[in-house]
Design a protein around this ligand. Sequence first.
Ligand code: UDP
Ligand code: MG
Length: 242
Amino acid sequence: INTQRRNITDFIYGLISVILCRAAYKKPDTRKEPLVSVLLVSYNRPEMVKEAIESVFNQTYQNFELIILDDNSNEETRRVIDQYLKNPKVRVYKSEVRDEDRWKMARYAVLINVGLEMAKGELISYLCDDDYYLPQRLEKMVKFLNEHPGVRVCYGRQLRLPVNKLRKPDRVLKKPRGFVDASSVMHYKSCVDELGNWDDVYYIPGADGPFWNKIGAKYPFYPIMEALDVRREHADSLTAKM
Ligand code: UDP
Ligand code: MG
């Protein structure tokens, strides 16, 4: 009877390990084409926002929705954005912030939180109006995430203009605060559902930092060693003004 019982136990253990091994070696599904929600934050940069929008339309990966979050911009900027209203891939949110309230909060964080509520994609990707994507930004990131099923967040190496240098770093980050720029990041929406949104909206100089560290502590940021977006550094940016 003892041998019989041992045989049964062995058989059950064997079965469990086969199941566990199969799960561990499960091939990643590299053909998946998840919907990407691109959250574009815009304020008073009519020419640049047009370039940012066009850089999304020029992507080699086309399964995206573009959510334009405009922070009560001037007439000229609104006219540019309105040209895209009829596009089925585009949704627009216009804030009604008053100028006297503008500097009380990190406006982009407030808008991104609205965008996260609106987003229908399995993946979230960010873009600022003075930055733009290189054509393979979405394709390469989706491919990377498909090939690495355990990874929830990735970032590319940003090309900074006019210095014409690639942004560092290029390693796995658990504390990405200060090291990554929103326009270079893509993550699963599930991270936000689980850990919450950009909660530090009163932290004006770098409201993205606390969010990155919150997510990074559980889901490290994985680098893609290629420039996939371009950041313009100019006197008219929040960083320069702070
Ligand atoms: N922004 C905004 N409302 C404002 C000012 C800025 O939504 O009142 C947005 C702006 O459109 C941009 C983001 O905040 O997408 C970051 O601003 P900026 O590019 O000036 O800062 P940077 O990060 O480049 O220093
Ligand atoms: Mg900027």
